[in-house]
Design a protein around this ligand. Structure first.
Ligand code: NAP
Length: 283
């Protein structure tokens, strides 16, 4: 019988910890602010931004939203980021991706001060993740690690396979597992015999972006399966990269979608924002 990894419960415990810290700071008149920039009208981005705003309210942060039209130019966006970089009362800056095609995402990410880069997307913070000397943890992978810790799932020495090698999920996920002494393989669209690889995985992380891509024949009995995917199935219903109904009985632990990794990503964003405050105030 598998155990469900409840991302809502784990994320609440993380957010409650942050809320307690925020309340202590508030007693000394100190406030934490996260600035969130959204460009254009992407409906998924709007949902993510609203969820981030709600999480800020929950933990007691001030959330400043900058909703810009999709006609915004790159230089206008970077000017706004520069203003936010210069404001001492803004602790974290997040620019919701994707951006309109007319804007170079790399240039925008590079414009955010590394000390306020709470998504940990900048080359500086990615470099720090590589050497295991973190200021900010990459939110989604850090959320996965937090869930594993919460359920006392030890990764040391375990065969771990991460499907996906994006800069946002797959690569940093592999690094965090590696830093926790897992033996890590990274699979991608050119990987041959994927099922052979995944069948050896004690821990399988799916970050592919394809609905129900991971099927029961790809799973080792007793595996821990973490589903990062957020997709729509043929009926428009939210689903992960894992074919949950068919896979779950082979697992020791599995995350649901929704209610798994998603809430964790936002909780870790709150944690990074608190860390940003501490870094900027030398505490
Ligand atoms: P991405 O940038 O599109 O990367 C997808 C990865 O999957 C790529 O590395 C790609 O390989 C690999 N892939 C595609 N087809 C494959 C195949 N047939 N076999 C093996 N690998 C294959 O996506 P992402 O940003 O990492 O996101 C992945 C999923 O996670 C999406 O559903 C996204 O919505 C979701 N997500 C969720 C959260 C959350 O908070 N829950 C956060 C971020 C992302 P190549 O590199 O060779 O193309």
């Amino acid at each position: 019988m598998y155990k469900l990894i409840d991302g809502k419960e784990v994320s609440k415990s993380v957010k409650d910890r942050i809320k307690a810290q925020t309340e202590l700071l508030a007693k000394e008149g100190k406030k934490i602010t996260l600035a969130v920039i959204i460009v254009g009208n992407d409906s998924a981005s709007r949902v993510y931004v609203n969820n981030k705003k709600k999480a800020c309210e929950y933990v007691g942060f001030i959330s400043e939203e900058y909703a810009l039209p999709d006609t915004t130019t790159q230089s206008e966006l970077i000017s706004l980021i520069n203003e936010l970089n210069d404001r001492a009362d803004v602790n974290g800056i997040l620019c919701q991706l994707p951006l309109p095609k007319t804007i170079d995402e790399k240039a925008v990410i590079a414009a955010i001060s590394p000390k306020k880069d709470v998504d940990a997307f900048s080359a500086y913070n990615v470099g720090k993740i590589m050497i295991g000397d973190y200021d900010f943890l990459p939110c989604t992978p850090a959320g996965v690690m937090e869930m594993l810790k919460f359920y006392n799932i030890d990764v040391e020495g375990k065969n771990s396979v991460v499907i996906g090698r994006s800069n946002i999920v797959g690569k940093p996920m592999s690094m965090l597992l590696l830093h926790s002494n897992a033996t890590v393989s990274i699979a991608h669209s050119r990987t041959k015999n994927l099922a052979e690889l995944t069948k050896g995985a004690d821990i399988l992380v799916a970050a592919v972006g394809k609905a129900k891509f991971v099927t029961a024949d790809m799973i080792k009995d007793g595996a821990v399966v973490i589903d990062v995917g957020m997709n729509r199935d043929e009926n428009g219903k939210l689903c992960g990269d894992v074919d949950f109904d068919n896979v779950c009985d082979k697992c020791s632990y599995i995350t649901p979608v929704p209610g798994g990794v998603g809430p964790m990503t936002i909780a870790m964003l709150m944690q990074n924002t608190l860390k940003a405050y501490y870094l900027q105030n030398n505490c």
